[in-house]
Write a protein that binds this ligand. Structure first.
Ligand code: SF4
Ligand code: SF4
Length: 337
């Protein structure tokens, strides 16, 4: 349990009060203690002390969590529950079949979907690069097109390198991630100082490489004093768990949507937002639970007659199988002349 040893103090601080169970969607859907934050913290503690041994049920319980961080908002002891779960995964020996395939695909093909790698490099001007990320490159090309179109309308011609996966799914499933240095090398070789991306997971992963500034596209656009033509229709902004709770980016997308004609909030928003279940590793291994989480998000928007707007390609990819959704960059593309 070499990785969990580093979280011994945090584990010991858990009082077992169970407040973290109040708003956990996997507990709501799965119904057993080990579907909750507390249950998973106890499993990690048991693994660390040797009171329990790893078996299939332990592996599944620890992996059946999108690391959304919602439970941490309710914990009076400020236990980093999702970090503990992610760390416990690093000490597991068994790998779920869906995760093995995804990891192999990242390492062999450079993307988590097993697609043949496509060249993405394109020349540009200046020292700004755009990183599309695997979801936009291989599964939702409309998002990459929208982002490049928005940047073009701002007279920016960002450089693109031949992309490989930033390795975020590897980290989430508990594997070592050697991808960021490889990607950073390509970007540094191209002389880049700033990397823009619409993918919050890429911001989280790449910002650990201190060779350049990494900025989420909504934060960049919110600084640009854009003149937007308002969009018709009712929009509801959904906070991605990664963009919101992990990166703390709540206001820039709201500012942009306000400029684009306004939007509605979900009942639970910002730090308290529901998770849509769109984390790639979670969704690949537990599609039924991930689908139910998406439906919980989409049902509220449907009741309001609204289109969901997200600022995370992972959420967009997942939610669009369950209803009407736009990425905020698509909204910006429509509103910018
Ligand atoms: S709310 Fe915090 S202290 Fe209470 S059981 Fe959950 S993790 Fe432990
Ligand atoms: S991170 Fe999310 S799904 Fe996982 S235990 Fe916490 S609230 Fe539940």
């Amino acid at each position: 349990m070499k990785h969990l040893e580093d979280m011994k103090h945090e584990l010991m601080c858990c009082t077992g009060c169970g407040y973290c169970k109040q708003h956990c969607q996997t507990l709501d859907i799965g119904g057993t203690e080990t579907d909750s934050g507390r249950g998973r913290v106890f499993l990690a503690y048991g693994l660390l002390t040797g009171e329990i041994t790893e078996d299939q049920s332990v592996v599944e319980a620890l992996q059946r969590c999108p690391l959304c961080g919602r439970c941490e908002q309710d914990c009076p002891s400020t236990i980093p529950i999702s970090d503990i779960i992610q760390t416990a995964r690093r000490d597991l020996t068994a790998v779920l079949p869906a995760h093995r395939k995804m990891a192999d695909d990242i390492l062999d093909k450079g993307n988590p979907f097993g697609e043949q790698p496509v060249p993405t490099a394109r020349p540009g001007e200046g020292e700004i690069a755009f990183f599309a990320g695997c979801v936009s490159t291989y599964q939702t090309p409309e998002l990459k097109e929208a982002a490049l179109s928005v940047l073009e309308k701002l007279d920016l011609e960002p450089v693109m390198v031949d992309e490989i996966c930033c390795g975020s799914p590897l980290e989430n499933m508990g594997r070592d991630n050697g991808q960021p240095p490889l990607l950073a090398e390509r970007l540094a070789e191209a002389g880049m100082q700033t990397v823009l991306t619409a993918c919050p997971s890429a911001v989280l992963t790449l910002r650990e490489t201190p060779r350049f500034t990494v900025q989420h596209l909504t934060a960049f656009l919110a600084e640009q004093n854009l003149e937007l033509v308002p969009l018709d229709g009712v929009l509801m902004y959904h906070d991605s768990s990664v963009l919101g709770r992990k990166l703390g980016i709540y206001d820039p997308p709201r500012q942009l949507l306000q400029q684009a004609g306004g939007f509605r909030e979900f009942t639970e928003n910002r730090k308290l937002a529901l998770c849509c279940g769109g984390d790639l590793a979670f969704q690949a291994a537990f599609p039924d639970m991930a689908g139910e989480m998406a439906r919980q998000v989409m049902d509220e928007a449907r009741e309001q007659g609204a289109v969901v707007v997200t600022a995370d390609p992972h959420c967009y990819r997942h939610l669009k199988g369950h209803g009407e959704v736009l990425d905020i960059i698509q909204v910006m593309d429509r509103c910018l002349q």
